[in-house]
Design a protein around this ligand. Structure first.
Ligand code: B16
Ligand code: MG
Length: 218
């Protein structure tokens, strides 16, 4: 049987923490007199914490001294963690667990490839930590998505060549990172936003076992 590597993004793929990032960033932006919409929020998905704040400040034509910038990032993370602390397994997105179990039973490599520095904590909270053979998160990389670093490290840790890996991603930056890594990209979300992905599904309920078997065997 073929052994492929399946790399999962976290926010927006395994759990809908994107909504908590949005709430926490919006509160912080509003406190600075800046507002942004869900459409602009797409640009923050998959993007590092530092880059997110830089983008928000640029939308408001604002700059901040370094110490204030660092303080605001910490304050956003505190607010974000207040939502995360309440998470449990019920917040796993539909059919994610089923897909993970199917891949495990099929003896495939499974890795997490997330930009989030909170990723390890979150997969523990929602009780899927044991499903992953390797975890690469925002603390392991020096270059943020769309750079392919996060996925290339994940492939290495599960001993798969990049072309034998399949990435599930909800962000434009993440799909671009998977494409640059020479992996198959599967967009989870809207086809308008994720048009650069090789395949696009609204969520895992649309991904059949037949389709996964095709990925495994091709
Ligand atoms: P943190 P992912 C990304 O996670 C989020 O999509 C992005 O919105 C966030 O800014 C980034 O993690 C950093 O998160 O502040 O928790 O370190 O989608 O790559 O799993
Ligand atoms: Mg994501």
């Amino acid at each position: 049987m073929n052994k492929k590597g399946f790399i999962f993004d976290l926010d927006g793929v395994i759990v809908d923490t994107a909504k908590y990032h949005y709430l926490a960033w919006k509160e912080l932006a509003n406190s600075l007199g800046i507002d942004f919409s869900e459409k602009e929020n797409e640009q923050l998905k998959g993007v590092s914490r530092v880059r997110s704040l830089e983008k928000i400040l640029s939308w408001g034509n604002k700059t901040l001294p370094q110490d204030e910038f660092t303080r605001l990032m910490a304050s956003k993370n505190e607010e974000y963690l207040s939502y995360i602390n309440k998470m449990d397994e019920s917040e796993l997105l539909p059919d994610v667990k089923k897909t993970l179990i199917f891949l495990k039973m099929a003896n495939q490599g499974i890795a997490l490839g997330s930009a989030s520095k909170n990723a390890r904590y979150i997969i523990e909270k929602v009780n899927v930590k044991d499903m992953f053979d390797a975890v690469v998160d925002g603390t392991d990389v020096s270059k943020a998505k769309p750079d392919p670093e996060v996925f290339l490290i994940a492939a290495k840790l599960i001993s798969r060549a990049p072309e034998d890996c399949i990435v599930f991603e909800d962000s434009v930056a993440g799909v671009q990172a998977a494409n640059r890594a020479n992996m198959i990209s599967i967009g989870i979300g809207s086809s308008e936003v994720l048009s650069e992905a090789d395949y696009i599904f609204n969520d895992f309920t649309e991904i059949s076992e037949e389709f996964i078997n095709t990925l495994i065997n091709n």
